[in-house]
Write a protein that binds this ligand. Structure first.
Ligand code: AP5
Ligand code: ZN
Length: 216
C-alpha cells in the first residue's frame, strides 16, 4: 500500500504512522523525523532545515522533494510506504504524483486525521520525545513511567523547539494556508478518506485501519 497521512500539527500523524506502518508491514517515511535526525547529526541538510523548522515554516520544496525522492527510491519503499508530513502543499503533491508516475505507480489512499485546534494545542504543549529512539509521549495522555526517561530505551525525553506556544500558532496558520488545500486536491482524485482523530490512540488506529482497508 502507498498511503499518505495528512492532518494538522499534533493530530497524531507520527503516533499513528508508527503503529500503522508496523501493522501494514510498510516503512514509515516521516519528513519531520528525517529533518530532525539531520539537525541532530549536524549535516548540511540539517543546517538548512533548522531555521525554517524553528520558526514553524516549511522547508523549501526543492530541498524537501529531493530528500523524499531519494528515500522513496530505497529498496524497502519499493512495494509500499506510509508518508507522514509529506506532501505539505499542492506543489509537493504534484511532485509526488509525478515521482510515482515515473515509477509506474500511484497513491492508494490519503488518510486525513481530523482534530480541532484546542486539542492540538494541548497535545503539542504536553508532548515529549525520546532523543534516542524517537518514541513520543504526552505528559497527561501518555506519560512515561519515570519522569524524563523513555520507557522503551532509557533515553532522555526532550521538548521539541517548535512546540512553544507562539510557534505552534504559526504552524497551525501554515497548515491552514498551505496544507489544508491538499484535502480538496486528494478528494478530487478520489483517494481521500477522513477519520476523527480524537479519543484513545488504539481507537484512532482501529478507525484508520478500517478506512485504509475500505479504500485499498
Ligand atoms: P513534522 O514533524 O511533520 O510536524 P507536524 O506536522 O507539525 O506534526 P507533529 O509531529 O507536530 O504532530 P503529529 O501529528 O505527528 O502528532 P504526534 O503523533 O507527535 O514537521 C516539523 C517541521 O519540519 C515543519 O514545521 C517543517 O518545518 C518541517 N517539515 C516537515 N515536513 C515538511 C515538508 N513536507 N515540507 C516542508 N517542511 C517540512 O502527537 C502529538 C502529541 O499528542 C504527542 O504527545 C502524542 O503522545 C499525543 N497524542 C497522539 N495521539 C493522541 C490521542 N489519540 N489522544 C491523546 N493524545 C494523543
Ligand atoms: Zn527511547
Amino acid at each position: 500500500m502507498r498511503a499518505v497521512l495528512v492532518g494538522p500539527p499534533g493530530a497524531g500523524k507520527g503516533t499513528q504512522a508508527q503503529i500503522l506502518a508496523s501493522e501494514l508491514s510498510i516503512p514509515k517515511v516521516s519528513t519531520g523525523d528525517i529533518f530532525r535526525a539531520n539537525v541532530s547529526g549536524g549535516t548540511e541538510l540539517g543546517r538548512t532545515a533548522k531555521s525554517y523548522m524553528d520558526r514553524g515554516d516549511l522547508v523549501p520544496d526543492e530541498v524537501t522533494n529531493e530528500m523524499v525522492r531519494g528515500r522513496l527510491a530505497e529498496e524497502d519503499a519499493r512495494e509500499g510506504f506510509l508518508l507522514d508530513g509529506f506532501p505539505r502543499n499542492v506543489p509537493q503533491a504534484e511532485t509526488l504524483d509525478s515521482m510515482l508516475k515515473d515509477m509506474g505507480t500511484a497513491l492508494d489512499a490519503v488518510l486525513e486525521l481530523k482534530v480541532d485546534e484546542e486539542e492540538v494545542v494541548k497535545r503539542l504543549s504536553g508532548r515529549r520525545s525520546c532523543r534516542e529512539c524517537g518514541r513520543v509521549y504526552h505528559l497527561d495522555y501518555d506519560p512515561p513511567e519515570a519522569d524524563g526517561v523513555c520507557d522503551a530505551c532509557g533515553g532522555e525525553l526532550y521538548q521539541r523547539d517548535d512546540d512553544r506556544e507562539e510557534v505552534i500558532r504559526h504552524r497551525l496558520e501554515v497548515y491552514r494556508e498551505q496544507t489544508e488545500p491538499l484535502v480538496a486536491y486528494y478528494r478530487d482524485k478520489g483517494v481521500l478518506v477522513a477519520i476523527g482523530a480524537t479519543g484513545a490512540v488504539e481507537d484512532v488506529t482501529a478507525r484508520a485501519i478500517a478506512a485504509l482497508r475500505s479504500d485499498a
